[in-house]
Design a protein around this ligand. Sequence first.
Ligand SMILES: Nc1ncnc2c1ncn2[C@@H]1O[C@H](COP(=O)(O)OP(=O)(O)OP(=O)(O)O)[C@@H](O)[C@H]1O
Ligand SMILES: [Mg+2]
Length: 339
Amino acid sequence: MNKIISCNNLKKSFYIKNKTLNVLNDISFDIEKGKTTSIVGESGSGKSTIANIIAGLLKPTSGRVFFENLSIFDNTSVNKASFVKATFDKRKVFRKNIQMIFQDPYLSLNPKMRVLDIILEPLKIHEKFSKEKLLKIADDILQKVNLSSTVKKRFSHQLSGGQRQRVAIARAIILNPKFIILDEPLSSLDVSIASGIINLLIDLQKNLGLTYLFISHDLKVVKYISDSVSVLYMGKFLEKAKTNQIFSNPLHPYTQALIESSFTFRKNQTKILLNSEIPSLLDPPKGCLFSTRCPFAKKICFDARPELKEIEKDHFVACHLVKDASNTFGRAKTTSSSL
Ligand SMILES: Nc1ncnc2c1ncn2[C@@H]1O[C@H](COP(=O)(O)OP(=O)(O)OP(=O)(O)O)[C@@H](O)[C@H]1O
Ligand SMILES: [Mg+2]
C-alpha cells in the first residue's frame, strides 16, 4: 500500500475528576494515498478524536502519527533520509498538506471575514503574492468548487449552508494539500445539497489527486464515497476492510447492526438492534467492548478482549466468534449492489 498517513498504537485518555476516560484504546491504521478511507461508528466512539490527532490539533496520550514518514508529534522519523530537522519547517509541511473540513461551516468560518479573505487567508500565511495574483487565485479556486465569484464580497452568514461548505472546501484546497480530513462534512446539510457536495469532493479528488479521511454516521454516503471502511466502537476498531467487503459481507455483529439500521429495507437481515446504551467509557466491559450489546456473546467474549485478526485478504475483524469469512451469524451474504 502506498500510504500517506500511518497511525501506530494511538491511545488518548482524558482525565475528569480523578477518573480516566480512555477514548482511544490502541488504534493502528494506515491511509492509502489517493483513496478515501472512512471511519464509522456511533456518537462518542472517538471518530473526531482520531481526526483531531491526525490534524495535529490534539496530542495523543501515546502512540505516533506519520505523514509521509514524518512524525507529526516529535522530531523522529521512520525514514532517516526524510528527517526534517527544523520543527518549524516540519509544521509548515503539515499545515500546507493536511487540511480539515468540519461538520458545521457556520462555526468553522470566521463570521467577521468576507469570503475572499477567508479563502485567501491560508495562502497569505504561506506565500507572498501581489494583490492581482491573489484575486486571480481566488477566482480560480471559487470556480473549482462551483461558486460564482460574486460571493467574494459576502460574509459567511450571507451564504446558504451548501455555499458555506463550498467556501470551507475552497479554503482547504487553496494550498494544494495532499490530504483532507472531513469530519461529518454533510451532517448540517439537507440531502439534495449534500449530494452536490459529495460529487464535488469526488471530482476534486480525481482532479487534484487528494486523499480523504471521511468521517460519517451516514453509511449510505460512506458506501458511495469510500475505498475502505473502519468500524470504531468505544475507541477500538472492530472491523476494517475494503468498502465492498464491509457492505457485502460484514463479519462483526456490530458492523451488521450498523448496516442493518441504515439499510432497513435489506433482505435476509438478522435482528441485531442497537437499542441498548453504549457502556460508559469510565467503566468499559472487561472482555469484548461490544459484549454487553451482542446477542451472540459467549463466556469468552465477557472474559477476554479480542484483537483485530485478518480473516480474509484485507478484511480484519476483532471478534472471538468469527473464525472465517463465511461466519455471518446466520445471515445470508449479499452482493454489495443488492443493498
Ligand atoms: N476534551 C475532552 N475532554 C473530555 N472528554 C472528551 C473530550 N473530547 C472528547 N471527549 C470524549 O471522548 C469521547 C469521544 O469523543 P469524539 O468527539 O471523538 O466522538 P465522536 O465519535 O466524534 O462522536 P460524534 O459522532 O458525536 O461526533 C466522548 O465520550 C467524548 O465525550
Ligand atoms: Mg465527532
